[in-house]
Design a protein around this ligand. Sequence first.
Ligand code: DX5
Ligand code: ZN
Length: 217
Amino acid sequence: MAHLIAPSILAADFGNLQRDVEMLNASQADWIHVDVMDGAFVPNISFGFPVLNAVNKIATKPLDVHLMIEDPDRYIKAFAEAGAHNITVHYEACPNLHRTIQYIKEQGCTAGVALNPHSRVDLLRDVVTDLDLVLIMSVNPGFGGQKFIENTYNKLHDIRSISALSNPKLLIEVDGGVDMNNANKLINAGANLLVAGSSVFSSANPTDAIAQLKSIK
Ligand code: DX5
Ligand code: ZN
């Protein structure tokens, strides 16, 4: 499967959010990655529904909502209504993960689970057939622009093996510190959906940066 690119609007210019979302609409981006942080699950607050609703009015590409929040069940319905195509919750935030996954799907969204750098891929073995997507965090969640963690490659190999056996259509997303230096290796290790924040929006030409990430063979 050709890989997908999901630029993260966490790195966009919030004073020019419409301009930046329109840039993504016209680019080769496949999805738009939306990072929601609550200041409790992660030590940072990003944005919530007013911003998401504004983005949803402008965006012409699927919204990939990454919830870095405690007890996400409280808000899943609201995120679906705010236009999420995919909703990803954190393994570490969900004591009843199987139920949460079913609940996301009942709202008409595809369902993803994210794993922090310290969480083993094996933890998802018993739910992987229920999932549309697994997100491997390649930094600790909470901030854009952090250094990529090298152990991510091992985790991608592990989830790819599990996926090959039990869910070949699984999207394997990698998030944090993705750029042109590691994208090729990430795809070879098993990723088929790359999130990129800083490497896209700090580039002199974000549209080109997206095209370059997309053109990797
Ligand atoms: C981090 C977020 C990421 C972030 C990636 O907590 O989940 O999606 O926006 O940003 P970069 O690509 O700058 O590491
Ligand atoms: Zn993210």
